[in-house]
Write a protein that binds this ligand. Sequence first.
Ligand SMILES: Cc1ncc(COP(=O)(O)O)c(C=O)c1O
Length: 381
Amino acid sequence: MSIIDLRSDTVTKPTPGMRQAIANAEVGDDMSGEDPTVNRLEARMAELLGKEAAVYACSGTQSNQMGLRVHCRPGDELLIDETGHLANYEAGAPAALSGISVRFVKGNGGLIDVPLLEGKVRPDDQHYAVTRLVCVENTTNLGGGRAYSLPHMQRLSNWSWGMGLKVHADGARLFNAAEAQGYSVGQFAALTDTISVCLSKGLGCPMGAILAGTKEAIRHARRSRKQFGGALRQSGMMAAAALYALDHHVERLAEDHAAAKEFAREVAQTPGVTLDVSAVETNLVFFEIDPTWGTAAQFVRELGSQGVRMLALGPQRVRAVTHLDVTADDIRVAAKEVARVLAAGPAVSSETSSNAAAGPYAAGPLPTHASVTPDRVQSRN
Ligand SMILES: Cc1ncc(COP(=O)(O)O)c(C=O)c1O
């Protein structure tokens, strides 16, 4: 059975061209600043993002946490939407690695705005943590693949800077946001102090992320990268994949967005599904399964047995993600399969807990470590 894997854009495998670029990479010892390919990638990303400097990190998690460490000291606090990845799905890293506490605000589709933050900056009083940082996610992941417009971000950053706060952006899918909103990644990055960009999502690299900011911020971030175990040696092999992706995988993101919208339009017409087509801005599509049919976990299991993979991210909530490794035809097949599985009638399952297979993004109690299955491990993207 051929598999159509829509669980995440992290499931992509390097293309033949990317593998060739990896094989041909010129390398050196990056920890000594001697890997020419890493140096080229960092310089190119700094230029694209309009920042003084950039540093290669192993993962988006590492890069985000390096960014937080640039701005905050133990006892400081950051403000973020309640769905924010860096505060919910990075294993408690703000507290564990940097002693930062998190104050959540309830945004709209993962996007936050000034009225939500007003009154959340704590007074200068010995009882309080020091509010230091505002974090945004662009595009939002659990918020639904939404992107900030430039005026929206300008408003938010101006306000934050006016309050003496710093701004960090988790741009795991920044190139998707830029494509959807019609701005350059540099225009968005100009409205941040530090920005993290993932290379292993829509861009299709096997690993890696970039953190960009001022020279001083990146000098500081290199030390925390070392402390976090992320300073590498001949990482030019992976930087070569990223340079290849910048040349070949950016413009095609528009195809992923078009495919996501087509998929959303099809699925929205399927009985038993609630899907707001107008909320689909990029490559992430979220929909709800009618509880009379069953749970999202049951649905993705049935669908998976037909060769189409999606994630259950809540009791009724399902996510499908378009990416480099799925074609427009695959997406049409997937939409038909959704309809077929739902039309086949309510799922028969002995499962009673609606969160049981929904993974760490699910609402409700988190699984204990002992109950984390390989299935759940795959769903943290
Ligand atoms: C919005 C967002 N930020 C950060 C990350 C972390 O990236 P990584 O999996 O490379 O650590 C992810 C990935 O799942 C994400 O979706």
